[in-house]
Design a protein around this ligand. Structure first.
Ligand code: GLP
Length: 247
């Protein structure tokens, strides 16, 4: 059982530490399956990975990726889709084979089909070697909102008001934010061999403490990670500011 928290000085330090862990995975197992995340927190880590790739220190040619989630109803070429995000931040800037990059199909209108197909992809890959996660203000991981049953696989979710508001900054207005998304479930996330969580900023301090030092409850989806055998949290000082004496 291994649960580590690395304290980073600031966002740059956090990004470098997270990128180091991801690159170690790629170097140790070049044909690994990386579980990837969107949101603003992992952007710095992706930037660092691209920099190392450009220097010739990293090779993604055999890597397969599966992303946590995708908005329902957004096509891949919509700038707010998670596919677009991944392409902009990582896929188009490295030698990743795009035919081996997977996200739920946001344009599949039948939610059962979209979720079933994504589960099949993940299962056929034999599971995820390293899953990267951000942490939502309400403790969500992927788009698993509070109250979600821990045993779910990929499913369609109604986003909470809080998540819609938090994600509004990426859209023209609140009404443009999709109300639903397809997301890997908690069961899918928990079956990854290793998990890396990145958390930045003072606004995440209360939820970081609750998720990793509070009780394990569906009310805080990320708290289930306390029961996973191999979790590394990389957080900056601001995000750890409510954890004094604990870390
Ligand atoms: C979104 C994503 C999550 C992400 C969360 C936090 O809701 N679906 O996967 O972890 O936002 O994002 P940020 O890192 O921008 O705070």
């Amino acid at each position: 059982m291994s649960f580590r928290i690395y304290k980073a000085k600031d966002y740059n330090d956090l990004s470098r530490k997270a990128a180091n862990i991801i690159s170690a995975q790629v170097i140790m197992k070049p044909n690994c399956v990386l579980g990837l995340a969107t949101g603003s927190t992992p952007i710095g880590a992706y930037r660092q990975l691209v920099e190392w790739y450009n220097k010739g220190d990293l090779d993604f040619s055999e890597v397969t990726t599966v992303n946590l989630d995708e908005y329902r109803g957004l096509p891949r070429d919509n700038e707010q889709s998670y596919y677009y995000f991944m392409n902009e931040n990582l896929f188009s800037k490295t030698n990743i084979d795009k035919s081996r990059t997977f996200l739920p199909d946001g344009m599949e209108e039948d939610p059962d089909k979209a979720c079933r197909e994504y589960n099949q992809i993940i299962h056929s890959l034999g599971g995820v070697d390293l899953q990267l996660l951000g942490l939502g203000h309400n403790g969500h991981i992927g788009f698993n909102e509070p109250g979600i049953a821990f045993e779910t696989e990929t499913h369609c979710v109604n986003l909470t008001e809080r998540t819609i508001k938090a994600n509004m900054r990426f859209f023209l207005s609140e009404k443009d934010v999709p109300r639903q998304a397809y997301t890997m479930g908690i069961k899918t996330i928990m079956s990854a061999h290793k998990i890396l969580v990145v958390v930045s900023g003072e606004d995440k301090a209360p939820i970081l403490r609750e998720a990793f030092f509070g009780s394990v409850t569906p009310a805080v989806p990320a708290s289930i990670l306390q029961l996973h055998g191999d979790v590394t949290v990389v957080a900056d000082e601001a995000a750890l500011s409510a954890c004094e004496g604990l870390v």
